[in-house]
Design a binder for this molecule. Structure first.
Ligand code: SF4
Ligand code: SF4
Length: 56
């Protein structure tokens, strides 16, 4: 299972810099995770200020 980014995202970009597989990128209204490349490490969830990165 991959992590996902929910609607709480404020597009701060902090998680993108922390992801070891570079699978997070900016989307239209919020950031998004490419599920195929997510290794479930949880780094994004640890740094997100609004708890928008969650384990799916
Ligand atoms: Fe990237 Fe890890 Fe978050 Fe997956 S859980 S999106 S690999 S930081
Ligand atoms: Fe969105 Fe959280 Fe990532 Fe910031 S750290 S871009 S609020 S998911």
């Amino acid at each position: 299972m991959a992590y996902v980014i929910n609607d709480n995202c404020i597009s701060c970009g902090v998680c993108e810099a922390e992801c070891p597989t570079n699978c997070i990128s900016a989307g239209d209204s919020k950031y998004a995770i490419s599920a195929d490349d997510c290794i479930d490490c949880g780094a994004c969830a640890g740094v997100c200020p609004v708890e928008a990165c969650v384990s799916a």
